[in-house]
Design a protein around this ligand. Structure first.
Ligand code: GYE
Length: 318
């Protein structure tokens, strides 16, 4: 016994040091973050949710996740409940741009920082949220317009499938696209309807548009891949060849969208990266530590058409 104690004695300081090294990690309080998600309307959204959830797990963040099922009132209720729970920070992917002031004021009063992610909000006081992280939807609309003008030589009748009414991406993708094609008098949007960013609705709206316009259109511009993929089903059911009889341009570049480009059914997709987990929690960590963060951060997005879609497929992450 004596021998054992004397043998172990020199090791004790190491044991104590090792315990000390682990102690702070074990006792450090996990950050509590509330995330008010729009819903599960599209492939883009699923990839966004996965990124937010898996990154929270990787960083040991205690994530409170609320799916608003596409209803703005649910989303506002979720934010109120995060405030009541006393979370360290709130992340919102706003369904629509309006209606946010009261609840953002409540968060400010409770000293809980809010990060607006993915879609912008319209507020009279910018200090109501800490920062914005997202994509440049106007740039995406412009890219789609420029590509189309080049591909068609500035000619064609366009049917537009809009995203969720009142949402930032639907507003901006519509506005910037219209501006982009305005230089080409023979390239015109002849009809525009909302498919709410959903595949089934994209299909149904396209069926109605096919009934209304028959063969008197050349192009479908869809605000996201899911609606374009739904529209393709309707176009094929009407005996037309998507990508050939009808030129199709969409936005997101989810794997299924890029695959449809490689298969020649969609002619072009503009990329919109949904993998915000790392950036969002980096911002949370900084804000909570009192460090400065950029007011607005935008992703740089690309574009896929017949020239690069197939090669890009193996490394697409969403
Ligand atoms: O394009 C669409 C999703 O806000 C950028 O929302 C996002 C859009 C995306 O439902 O697929």
């Amino acid at each position: 016994m004596k021998l054992l104690t004397s043998l172990c004695r020199p090791l004790w300081p190491c044991v104590v040091l090792a315990l000390l090294a682990f102690a702070p990690a074990a006792s450090a309080k996990a950050l509590k973050v509330g995330f008010a998600q729009t819903g599960a309307e599209s492939g883009w959204r699923t990839a966004n949710t996965d990124s937010m959830k898996s990154e929270a797990v990787a960083r040991g963040i205690d994530l409170k996740f609320a799916d608003a099922q596409g209803k703005p009132e649910n989303q506002i209720r979720a934010v109120r409940s995060f405030i009541a729970q006393g979370v360290d920070a709130i992340i919102i992917a706003p369904i629509v741009t309006t209606g946010w002031e009261p609840v953002l004021r409540e968060a400010k009063q409770a000293k809980i920082p809010v990060i607006v992610m993915d879609r912008a909000v319209q507020v009279s006081d910018e200090s109501l949220y800490a920062c914005f992280i997202g994509s440049d939807f106007a740039e995406e609309g412009r890219m789609a317009a420029d590509w189309l003008a080049k591909y068609t030589g500035g000619k064609g009748r366009i049917l537009e499938l809009q995203g969720t009414t009142g949402s930032d991406p639907a507003n901006e993708r519509r506005r910037a696209f219209a501006e982009g094609i305005a230089k080409y008098p023979d390239l015109k949007v002849i009809d525009s309807q909302s498919g709410d960013f959903q595949r089934q609705q994209g299909k149904e709206v396209m069926e109605a548009l096919l009934k209304k316009h028959g063969r008197d259109f050349d192009i479908v511009y869809s605000h996201n891949d899911d609606m374009a993929l739904g529209a393709i089903q309707a176009i094929e059911a009407a005996g037309l060849k998507p990508g050939k009889d009808v030129i199709i341009v969409s936005i997101d570049a989810i794997k299924e969208g890029v695959t449809a480009v490689a298969d020649g059914k969609i002619n072009c997709v503009v990329e919109c990266n949904p993998l915000f987990g790392p950036k969002a929690y980096d911002a949370v960590a900084k804000i909570v530590a009192g460090q400065p963060v950029p007011r607005k951060q935008y992703n740089k997005d690309g574009l896929f058409d017949a020239t690069n879609a197939a090669a890009a497929l193996p490394t697409r992450q969403y």
